[in-house]
Ligand binder design. Structure first.
Ligand code: URA
Length: 209
């Protein structure tokens, strides 16, 4: 699959396995998601441009690498995307944060926006869009439609577990957006859940079931 990066780092894979277990507690699930998010942030920022700055160590003057002015915005697709925010912010504390909330209209089955707050200068930032589960891909596509409408140009999509169906849908609608995932699972079941997956990420994260 082109434009899909599977992050197969052993720490990510180990922590994901711990999260998938049905007996993982809410606290364990939340903590593991936070830790994996930090590792995903490391991968998703791998190609950020660098420039050199003159600094002085106690021993010498050097031209040392620093991040160039490319600014970031992490965008959580509510609500499960929030579970990836803190771990990423641990590594990128100055990133801005946006939120997009969508629900599915039961009659039209269209995604309806109920919340969208992004920085005004989103067009000048790398937008890193977060949702742990890429299942059907419909909410990811709808969220990216809105984020692009607000001016975002450089976008990456980060999830934990992706279904092949969701990857296909997202790539067809937004071929310019690379997808980062810790795992690509087998398929979706009749209820739109990823199999084997990890269940409902929002419920497991917030303990609402
Ligand atoms: N959302 C989830 O939280 N889990 C799935 O398996 C699919 C969508």
């Amino acid at each position: 699959m082109s434009n899909v990066v599977v992050i197969d780092h052993p720490l990510v894979q180990h922590k994901l396995t711990l999260m998938r277990r049905k007996e993982a507690s809410t606290a364990e699930f939340r903590q593991l998601l936070r830790e994996i998010a930090t590792l995903l942030a490391y991968e998703v920022t791998r190609d950020l441009p660098l420039e050199t700055t003159k600094i002085e160590t106690p021993l010498a003057k050097i031209d040392a690498p620093t991040l160039s002015s490319k600014k970031l915005c992490l965008i959580s697709i509510l609500r499960a995307g929030n579970g990836l925010l803190d771990g990423m912010l641990d590594l990128i504390p100055s990133a801005r944060v946006g939120h997009v909330g969508l629900y599915r209209d039961p009659h039209t089955l269209e995604a309806v926006e109920y919340y969208c707050k992004l920085p005004l200068d989103i067009g000048e930032r790398l937008a890193v869009v977060l949702d742990p589960m890429l299942a059907t891909g419909h909410s990811a596509v709808a969220a990216l439609d809105r984020i692009k409408d607000r001016g975002a140009q450089a976008i990456k999509f980060v999830c934990l577990v992706a279904a092949p169906e969701g990857i296909k849908t997202l790539q067809e609608a937004h071929p310019d957006v690379p997808i980062y995932a810790a795992a690509i699972d087998s398929h979706l079941n009749d209820h739109g859940y990823i199999v084997p997956g990890l269940g409902d990420a929002g419920d497991r994260l917030f303990g609402t079931k």
